[in-house]
Design a protein around this ligand. Sequence first.
Ligand SMILES: [Fe+2]
Ligand SMILES: [Fe+2]
Length: 611
Amino acid sequence: MTGVSRRTVLGGAVAGAAVVAGQANTPAAVAGPVGPAGDRPVSPRLGGAPLLCEPYLLDPGRSSVYVVWHTEAPGTRHVVLVGAAVPGMTDQQALNAATGGHGPAGGWRSFPAQTSQLKRTREDTASAVPNRAYTAVVDRHVYRHVARVTGLPAGRTPYRVVSVDHRDRATVTAAYTLAPAVPRGQRTRLLLTSDHQLKAMVPANLEKVAATVGVALDGVLVAGDLVNVPDRASEWFDSTSGLAFFAGLTGRGQRTIAGRTYRGAPIAQHSPLYCAIGNHEVMGRWSDTAGLDSQFNDPQPRWVAEQLWDQTRPPGEDRERWLAELSWDTTTYEQMLPYPRSREGGPRWWSRTIGDVHVITLFVTGIWRSASPNGRGKFQEAADHLQDPQRWGYGQFIFEPVKRDSAQYRWLERELSTPDARGARYRVVMYHHPGHGLGDNSAPPFTDPVQTIHRDPATQAITAVTYDYPLADDHILRDLEPLFSEAGVNLVHNGHSHLWNRFRNAAGVHWLETSNVGNSYGAYDISSGASRNLPADPDHVRQGDPGGLQPIVPTVAPLTDAAGRPLPYVASNDITVFSVLDSAAGVVSSYRFDTRLPDSDVVLFDEFALA
Ligand SMILES: [Fe+2]
Ligand SMILES: [Fe+2]
């Protein structure tokens, strides 16, 4: 039927540790006993390998925050030490405190982590892992450790992670800081970013973020496309490219441009990540043998898998898992970023109030396919696959419905009317796909592909399968934008086209894409002269915003064209961009840095008021 073989190695309990994969967990805090001076070595000993990634923060609450890190072995003990005394501890004192309670007297508490194995992390021949080469797709064992730190006072508190492996060797991290959520109504500073995807300028970008606004922010809002192939573990942690997602965001990246080596910055250790799912967080159909790039590019719509389930009723299978393996899957993303989450959407869509900003995050993205007139693509199936629907791509289909009357849309409608949303000073909606934009991916429209099966009138044999995307049925423009306008949404933060541009609709909703972080895929506008590579069709807008808004020229220092005219976008593989929402000032500020000139200043080039 499908050619997909199944395996049973996924997941599994870790000896001596609770398994919390994919679910919320609330381990109890353990108060650190007061002990003697704490210099006395106890087993285990120091000398463990570096963690797969330095710890990162998720989902601060009123007096709590999650600390997450990963290792390649399950280990035996994983602890977060928290308190004013923690930075002053020697590594040995920290280890003693974490394992035996023999730390310095007072000023610290310890919180044990719960450990689970990631279910789908793998490597393959295209992986770039230090000192390893792969000749086929193989599992890469990754163990996630999650500690919920509770009882936090306002403001920042130091912490360190202590992780002990199976040979009793311990790794003790440097000291970082964590904090509970910004209290409701108070000012907040949020970094707006997306589309890191192991692109070359990301470490430089993050270094300049840290130099401009520091590493202790109230949140990092990532509008999707964190990596390229989500089940490839090294893209998150230790790719030899120096560009893995957590490497850059923890200051462990490495990329040299114009003679300057950039490492990123320790942002994720100090600032909670708030992420949305992009198309690059979605794996396609499972295979034991095909390369990971191929699996990534091979999703089918869930309704196709459901039809197959109804026809075959495979015995002994878990329906949800079977459907995910036969359509598409976001397990790795959800395990990397299990929080925030909502009852209805889990980590796929959720809302949080961060200070005086109410953030709503949606799962709005579809598979990206080529616009080429040949092969499996946006507009047609491959000519040599016409008789085999198992090999069809079903066009550029949407993963999770968000159109009118879908479960996600109904949740959004309710969410926008809650006191939390209405009462916040600002409302921000984050998701991946552009609603208004000059980028390549703003066309064809974001809608369900309309399939036409063409047949030979004489033989009824299929001669072509084509897809259309009616602009009038764009789900963002038709269904979401009116909701945003009605509810007083201040800002929509999206990604996907790898450029900077912004818009404002008649109701005052701002739309910002600030995804020219690591690279660009160009701007398609009368001001650039470039046209999207799409067949001529009234539904295919080849220049400008298909949603009909005029792009806004940056207010402070726009780039200019060869004739000196200001450009309403940044689309560059040399200039990297980031944006910061500062609710105290009520503005979003965008900055650019020219990596060709490593000694040049970061330039504030655009600023606009949210209200
Ligand atoms: Fe992207
Ligand atoms: Fe994308």
